[in-house]
Design a protein around this ligand. Structure first.
Ligand code: MN
Length: 239
């Protein structure tokens, strides 16, 4: 009958549609056992870390005590608590960081390639923001003034920052959706790359003159490339 054939067709379409939905929606793969405590000294490298024998796992494999470090030149101190600090986080897909800010201090623009971040302000005030990609809303800034108790989300991979624009120290806890979210600090990665990215590339990319780029490269610890006679390939005479 036509109606039965139609019902069968609908069922087939439903199965095909379901099968095409991506299974891996989480950032990190889901675990296949209660835990897989990282053996951080194991010579075998896998995507994640090899499991320790569960018979020798103890509570300390799931424990870490945060001791905030001194603020950096930006006036902030990030203490990561990821799989390198807590081996028990291996395969669990989560981690966190404590961020301390002096008044006026900032956590400069950076991105986490493998995790979204949800940040809670514990103390003080923070001006935070993230920028969308070129494709979505064409580099729109989403920014918000936060106070103690406020929570803000930075979607995975997007460039974001936090500034303590208050007169007292600020503290925040950031939870991340990866055991190893990674951090790319934009200025350090671009101007502090070792060996350095050719200054002519950065000068054009950032619409700066080469002397300014060289100064930035020295400030970020990537020595400026030494100009040689004949210039760079593709840039004859510009040395
Ligand atoms: Mn972050």
């Amino acid at each position: 009958m036509a109606s039965r054939a139609f019902a069968t067709l609908l069922a087939v379409l439903a199965v095909v549609g379901f099968a095409s939905v991506p299974r891996g929606l989480a950032t990190d793969p889901t675990q296949l056992q209660d835990f897989c405590v990282a053996d951080n000294n194991h010579p075998v490298l896998v995507n994640g870390v090899v499991c320790k024998n569960p018979n020798v796992v103890n509570a300390n494999d799931f424990f870490f005590h945060i001791v905030p470090v001194a603020p950096n030149a930006q006036g902030s101190a990030v203490t990561p608590v990821a799989v390198a600090q807590i081996p028990g986080l291996n395969t669990l897909g989560i981690s966190l960081a404590r961020i301390d800010f002096v008044p006026g201090g900032q956590n400069p623009p950076h991105t986490h390639p493998r995790g979204s971040e949800i940040l809670t302000v514990i103390q003080g005030t923070l001006l935070v923001g993230f920028v969308t990609s070129n494709q979505l809303l064409n580099n729109t800034l989403f920014t918000k003034q936060l106070h103690a108790g406020d929570v803000f989300v930075f979607p995975q991979g997007l460039i974001h920052f936090q500034l303590n624009n208050g007169r007292t120290p600020a503290v925040a806890i950031a939870a991340l959706s990866s055991q190893n979210p990674g951090t790319i600090t934009i200025a350090n990665a671009v101007f502090g790359a070792k060996p350095p990215i050719l200054d002519v590339i950065l000068a054009r990319a950032f619409m700066l003159d080469r002397a300014t780029v060289d100064r930035l490269q020295q400030a970020f610890g990537g020595a400026a490339p030494v100009a040689v006679g004949g210039g760079y390939p593709g840039y004859p005479g510009r040395n």
